[in-house]
Design a protein around this ligand. Structure first.
Ligand SMILES: [Zn+2]
Length: 323
């Protein structure tokens, strides 16, 4: 999708939020007028203020009249708030509640794009990139510990703890505060499933998440680097999204270009405190050999480390289906 289309989609989403805030306010207002009929007169008075101001502007002594109107509307407003709290509602119950108080969901503050507009653009861009990914979102409910039941007890317990850690990570996620997860273990042990379950929960909270196999992401970056792609801002997106999931880290082609892109990506995200989930079939020594001590130690220091145990679940499912 072109940048202009992403921008148009983001501003449309904000417009929708604004409309929703207005509809909700009307709904609350109708409800309160039914429940507390005294508010009807006060609301009518407040609504009439605009007309009164326009009329005053054309009158002989506008300043004095405007002062009186302001005084009366302040009194009406204060009475309305008192009525609301007396009936157990918050004093601001009838105010407009925008999702972003900074820009009242317009996307701009004094002509400058608001953080919420930039966030929405990031979210849509990430969504677009994920469409190309072969990975599909998953859920914790569909993750079964029964595939690990043949393991020794301590490994079963370890897998139960891994599941808990992933659920906790998703539940507590906040940009700039969440650390990294580093998942070690062989193919088919559930690393991707749990990563994509975390992704789903965090996307549902409205954050931007990019998830793909490390190799595919590097391939996109390479195409952009040599000007063979329609877009050229994937690196920026990978550096700035709220959560980056690098699946199958270490299966990408081992080249100096890939190493340098990986280095930039991991190093910049760690420096800016942006969260990552890195899944790998490699062990510590293999990562060290390929990417060096510096990256390995930075990853280890900034990550919660989860070791996966078991037998290839895809293989187990396949055998079950064959009966
Ligand atoms: Zn805003």
């Amino acid at each position: 999708m072109l940048r202009e289309q992403i921008y148009a989609q983001a501003t449309a989403a904000l417009q929708e939020r604004r409309r929703h805030a207005q509809q909700e306010q009307e709904r609350r207002s109708d409800q309160i007028e039914r429940e507390i009929p005294e508010t009807l007169e006060l609301n009518r008075h407040l609504r009439a203020t605009c007309t009164a101001i326009l009329q005053a502007a054309q009158s002989g002594n506008p300043q004095e009249r405007l002062r009186q109107i302001e005084q009366r509307s302040l009194e009406a407003d204060a009475m309305l708030r008192q009525l609301l709290t007396a009936h157990g509602y918050p004093a601001d119950y009838l105010d407009l509640h925008y999702a972003c108080p900074d820009c009242s969901d317009t996307g701009f503050v004094s002509g400058v794009p608001c953080a919420c507009l930039k966030k929405e653009i990031g979210r849509i861009s990430a969504e677009q990139l994920n469409v190309q990914s072969g990975l599909k979102l998953s859920s914790f409910e569909r993750f079964s510990l029964s595939y690990y039941r043949d393991l020794p007890a301590e490994q079963q317990q370890a897998m139960a703890k891994v599941l808990q850690a992933c659920k906790r990570y998703a539940a507590d996620f906040a940009p700039g505060k969440a650390g990294n997860l580093l998942m070690f273990g062989g193919t088919g042990l559930g690393k991707t499933h749990l990563s994509l379950s975390i992704a789903k929960e965090i996307l549902d909270k409205g954050y931007s998440v990019v998830y793909d196999a490390t190799g595919s992401l590097l391939h996109i970056l390479e195409r952009e680097k040599f000007g063979r792609a329609e877009q050229d801002d994937t690196m920026q997106l990978l550096l700035e999204c709220d959560l980056l999931i690098l699946d199958d880290f270490g299966t990408e082609q081992d080249s100096s270009l890939n190493r340098s892109m990986i280095y930039t990506l991991l190093n910049s995200r760690i420096n800016s405190g942006r969260a990552m989930i890195v899944n790998t079939n490699l062990d510590h020594a293999e990562i060290r050999t390929r990417y060096g001590d510096r990256i390995l130690s930075r990853l280890l220091f900034t990550s919660e480390i989860l070791h996966f145990y078991g037998k290839d679940i895809r293989m187990q499912k396949y055998m079950e289906q064959r009966g």
